[in-house]
Write a protein that binds this ligand. Structure first.
Ligand SMILES: [Zn+2]
Length: 506
C-alpha cells in the first residue's frame, strides 16, 4: 500500500496514530486505533445490529480478513459506510454517491488500513443554512450541498426560503407569492455589497426563481436518502417585503411597493401583527408548509423586526392594548407564541432567531442564537432548547482571508479557517444549559454570494472545521489546528478532484 506519511501525530479520544492520507478522516472519529496492516476489502462488509450503540453511532472494524460494521439505527449504518468511503478514497471520486459506493453490493476494490473505530456524534443537530433569497442557486446546487453535508456527517439542511429580497416557495393556493415575490427588477452588481451607500444595481431583472412543490419533494427525498432533515424557514413578522409585494394589504401602512427589495439590509415594512387577516393568512401558509415538509422543526425567523411601523399603526396598538402586551416587544412575543402554538397543534416545533427572546415568549420555541453567544446562553438558561450559529465563527458568508481571494466582497471582515476551528457551541454554558444545546449551524447568507462557485469557495474548507466540532467536539482547550490542517488539506485535494471549488487553506 502506498501511503503519504505526514509527520504529525493525531490525538483523538484515546488513540494516537500517524496521520496518513488514507487515515485523514473528517470529522475525526471519537475513538480510533490503527492496528497495522491493510484489508483488501474484496468482500462486502459484515453488518451487525447492536442495540447498545448510541443513535447515529457505529463501530467499524477493519481487519486483514474483512470489514465488520456494528450499529443500532440506519443512520449509524450510513455513517459507518461514509467513514469507510473516506478510508477508501484515493482520488476524490464518490462524493455524488457516498452511500451507494459502499452499499455492500458492489464494494470498490481498494486496500484500506486496518482500524478499530467507535464513533457517535457529540451533537444531534449538525446543520448548514443556505439563503436562497438574496441569490437563488437551484436544485442541482442544493443536491451538491446535500452530498457534501452527508460526506461530512452533517444532518440538518436549514433552507432559508423567504426574505425581503425574494419568496422562493410556490405554495399551493397562493400563486401571488411567487408571481410577485420571486422576481425583482434588478440585483446588486457583482462584487457590490448591495446596502445603502454601496449599491450599484446590475440592471438585470432577476427571476422568477422559486421551488415548486414537486421540486421540494425531490429535494426532500434526496436529503432523506442521506439522513438529512430539511428545516424550511418562512419568516415572520420581519424580513417579509417579498410577501408584502404579493399582499400589500398585510402591511401596517399603504403604498408598499409591489416588488421585493433590491437593497440589502433591514427593511422597515413588516407584517401588520394587529391585522387578523394577515395572521390568518400566515397560519394558512404554515399549514401548507407543514403539508409539504415532514420534519418536526419549522423555522419562523423572527429576527431584525423593526418596531417603527407597529408604533405608528392603529391596529397594532389596539392589539397591544387589548391583550395587555405592554409594548411592541410584547407584540412580537405574542406573534412568536401564536405561531409556536399553531405549529404545535400539528405536532411541529417552531424555531426562531434569538431576537424573539426580547418579549419573553414561551420556552416551547427553540431559540436559534446568531448574535453574541450570551444570547444563546441566556436562552438555554431560561429553558429554551437552542441551536447555535455564532456570527463570528459560523457565518461563512465573509472571506476566509486566504491569499488572492477572488470572492472577497466584505473588505474588512474575515473568518479564517483557524477561527472556524475554534467554534465552541457550549462556551459559557452551565452544566444544565449544556443539556439544552441541540447543536449548531453554519450559515451561508447570500447577499454577497452570487453563484455556486462562490458558494462552494465560502463553505469549504470551513465546513470541515464546523463538521468536526459538531460531530467529534474536540476539547476546546486542546484543539490542534496544525493536525486538523493536515487532514483538511487532504480533503481539499479530494474536493478539487471532484470539481468542488474548495478554497485554499491559506
Ligand atoms: Zn400594524
Amino acid at each position: 500500500m502506498k501511503r503519504m506519511e505526514f509527520t504529525l501525530v493525531a490525538v483523538v479520544g484515546l488513540a494516537r496514530y500517524v496521520v496518513t492520507a488514507d487515515l485523514a478522516l473528517i470529522p475525526a472519529p471519537r475513538e480510533m486505533t490503527v492496528t497495522g496492516g491493510a484489508c483488501p476489502c474484496a468482500t462486502a462488509p459484515k453488518v451487525e445490529v447492536v442495540a447498545s450503540i448510541p443513535p447515529e453511532g457505529y463501530e467499524l472494524s477493519v481487519r486483514r480478513d474483512g470489514v465488520t460494521i456494528r450499529h443500532s439505527d440506519e443512520a449509524g449504518l450510513f455513517y459507518a459506510k461514509t467513514t469507510l468511503a473516506q478510508l477508501r478514497n484515493r482520488g476524490g471520486a464518490g462524493f455524488r454517491a457516498t452511500a451507494q459506493a459502499t452499499d455492500g453490493q458492489k464494494p470498490v476494490p481498494a486496500e484500506i488500513p486496518c482500524v478499530e473505530i467507535k464513533d457517535a456524534p457529540a451533537f444531534k443537530w449538525r446543520g448548514l443554512m443556505l439563503d436562497e433569497c438574496r441569490h437563488f442557486f437551484g436544485k442541482e446546487t442544493v443536491k451538491g450541498i446535500l452530498d457534501l453535508m452527508a460526506a461530512y456527517k452533517l444532518n440538518v439542511f436549514h433552507w432559508h426560503l423567504t426574505e425581503d429580497q425574494g419568496w422562493r416557495l410556490d405554495i399551493s393556493g397562493f400563486p401571488e407569492l411567487v408571481q410577485y415575490g420571486a422576481v425583482r427588477p434588478e440585483s446588486p452588481k457583482h462584487g457590490c455589497r448591495g446596502v445603502q451607500g454601496d449599491y450599484r444595481g446590475n440592471g438585470q431583472p432577476y427571476g422568477p426563481f422559486f421551488y415548486t412543490p414537486d421540486d421540494v419533494r425531490e429535494i426532500l427525498a434526496y436529503a432523506k436518502e442521506r439522513f438529512i432533515t430539511v428545516v424550511p424557514e418562512i419568516e415572520v413578522p420581519g424580513h417579509i417585503r417579498a410577501l408584502l409585494a404579493a399582499h400589500p394589504e398585510f402591511a401596517c401602512r399603504e403604498g408598499v411597493p409591489r416588488v421585493p427589495c433590491t437593497l440589502n439590509g433591514i427593511e422597515g415594512d413588516v407584517l401588520c401583527a394587529g391585522n387578523d387577516e394577515a395572521i390568518a393568512f400566515m397560519e394558512k401558509v404554515y399549514d401548507e408548509v407543514c403539508a409539504l415538509f415532514p420534519g418536526t422543526y419549522i423555522h419562523i425567523g423572527g429576527d431584525e423586526c423593526p418596531k417603527k411601523r407597529w408604533k405608528e399603526c392603529p391596529k397594532c396598538q389596539t392589539r397591544i392594548k387589548a391583550l395587555g402586551l405592554g409594548n411592541e416587544d410584547g407584540l412580537q412575543a405574542w406573534v412568536t407564541r401564536h405561531f409556536t402554538e399553531h405549529l404545535a397543534k400539528k405536532g411541529r416545533r417552531a424555531v426562531g432567531w434569538d431576537e424573539i427572546l426580547a418579549g419573553n415568549p414561551g420556552t416551547e420555541t427553540v431559540v436559534h442564537n446568531w448574535r453574541k453567544p450570551e444570547f444563546g446562553v441566556k436562552a438555554a438558561e431560561k429553558g429554551h432548547d437552542v441551536v447555535i450559529s455564532s456570527s463570528r465563527t459560523t457565518y461563512f458568508s465573509v472571506s476566509q482571508g486566504v491569499k488572492d481571494d477572488p470572492f472577497d466582497y466584505y473588505s474588512r471582515r474575515r473568518l479564517p479557517l483557524s477561527v472556524a476551528y475554534t467554534f465552541n457551541p457550549l462556551a459559557g454554558m452551565s452544566a444544565e444549559a449544556r443539556g439544552r444545546v441541540l447543536g449548531a449551524e453554519c450559515c451561508a447568507w447570500s447577499e454577497c454570494i452570487w453563484n455556486e462557485y462562490d458558494l462552494a469557495f465560502k463553505l469549504w474548507p470551513r465546513g470541515f472545521a464546523f463538521a468536526e466540532v459538531l460531530w467529534t467536539y474536540p476539547d476546546p482547550a486542546k484543539r490542534d489546528f496544525a493536525e486538523f490542517s493536515v487532514r483538511a488539506a487532504e480533503h481539499r485535494r479530494r474536493l478539487i478532484d471532484a470539481h468542488v471549488n474548495c478554497a485554499p487553506l491559506k
